[in-house]
Design a protein around this ligand. Structure first.
Ligand code: SF4
Length: 381
């Protein structure tokens, strides 16, 4: 699995705390640095005996001209080993970057899957989130992707927020439910192969975090968010989507191979600032989330000691990861893979209906996936 981070955005979304910058004048230098990193890390590619998945995420990779993406993808394909044969190639796009030419350009590069962050089909919500397009624009971008021949499109939606002006009184729960139902209906009219739906969090470092600390924003109640999540599960299931992870749903055979690999703890390499790599066992490393440092390191060959870090996971870290990742999947966690798990707690959760045991796996039942974090926490040391 190969992940490439493209850390540039035109503007910052209200809720976002990801690493990205707005200095688009640095994009070309960044692309050159990335090509150097791909070359320098050939050893990973050479070790791969199977075609890998490549996911280009961000930030906003669709700010990257098709010609640059062509250089990056071809560098990966030519890096050696079987990895470059690429079993799945996903690029994240923002709706307002998609044009018929761009969509055809991506197809021409062999991009097999596009993930588009729509987030909402309400213009009021989109403006509140500081997204750069309208609902009509998002639908139009989707149509262009289909016309270019994409048969595997993933769309993202967000729930669990209240798009009122800062400091205004809260929207009623009934109205928020109605808005969410309309978002889901609009999504289902498009019928993408894959849907990711995330609950909005109030993250430190985001605009929303600041407004919340200043008392200008209040999150909707847990009950409302749980009801929205239940509606999501119900409507998507009725429309033929299978939930395979807490936030992910797919039509038959359309689960994301790349993302599924993270939940299976498969080895991956992350390229670009802030990107993480994992050897599939205990070694985890990451590049510092700093574009300038990254460019200096790879373009001037500077010996920048704080440009990357590595940690070795302890037995406890490994257990925590296996439980957290395994129980997010609807297929669950293979019990024989975690013999250290406290059996008394497992039994208690089984009798409380918070876990189900089947064919050697434990899993969280669909109706409790919304509270998966607290169930997982109670299982951990
Ligand atoms: S949500 Fe995506 S597009 Fe918006 S600021 Fe964050 S990385 Fe950029």
């Amino acid at each position: 699995m190969i992940y490439i981070h493209f850390p540039f955005c035109k503007s910052f979304c209200t809720y976002c705390d990801f690493y990205s910058v707005r200095e688009r004048g640095k994009m070309e230098q960044y692309k050159e640095a990335l090509l150097r990193e791909i070359d320098a890390r050939r050893a990973f590619f050479m070790r791969c005996a199977e075609p890998a998945t490549l996911y280009i995420g961000g930030g906003t990779p669709s700010l990257c001209p098709v010609e640059w993406l062509a250089e990056i993808i071809s560098a990966v394909r030519n890096a050696g080993g079987k990895a470059g044969e690429l079993s799945e190639l996903t690029v994240e796009v923002n709706p307002d970057d998609v044009t018929p030419e761009y969509a055809l350009g991506l197809r021409g590069l062999g991009v097999s899957r596009v993930s588009m962050g729509v987030q909402s089909f309400s213009d009021v919500s989109l403006r509140w989130m500081n997204r750069r397009y309208t609902a009509a624009g998002a639908r139009e971008a989707y149509r262009m992707l289909r016309e270019a021949g994409f048969g595997n499109i993933s769309l993202d939606l967000i729930f669990g927020y209240d798009p009122v002006p800062w400091g205004a009184s809260a929207t009623s729960g009934d109205l928020l439910m109605q808005q969410w139902r309309e978002d889901l209906e609009q999504m289902l009219l498009l019928r993408p192969e894959h849907i990711s739906a995330y609950q909005m969090g109030v993250e430190e470092g985001s605009v929303l975090g600041e407004k919340s600390s200043a008392g200008l924003y209040r999150e909707p109640s847990d009950e409302l968010c749980a009801a929205q999540y239940a509606l999501l599960q119900q409507m998507l299931s009725e429309a033929g989507y299978k939930q395979y992870e807490v936030s992910n749903f797919a039509l038959p055979g359309r689960q994301a191979t790349h993302n599924s690999g993270y939940w299976e703890r498969l080895p991956y390499i992350g390229l670009g600032p802030g990107a993480h790599s994992f050897d599939g066992d205990r070694s985890r490393s990451w590049n510092a989330p700093d574009v300038d440092l990254y460019i200096r390191r790879w373009l001037s060959g500077a010996d920048v000691s704080d440009a990357s870090c590595t940690e070795m996971l302890t037995d406890e870290d490994v257990l925590v990861e296996k439980v957290m990742l395994g129980l997010r999947k609807t297929s669950g966690l293979l019990l024989s893979d975690v013999p250290e798990l406290d059996q008394e707690t497992v039994c208690r959760l089984l009798s409380a209906g918070s876990l189900i045991k089947e064919s050697g796996y434990i899993r969280i039942p669909a109706e409790r996936l919304f509270i998966s974090d607290s169930i997982i926490r109670s299982l951990l040391p």
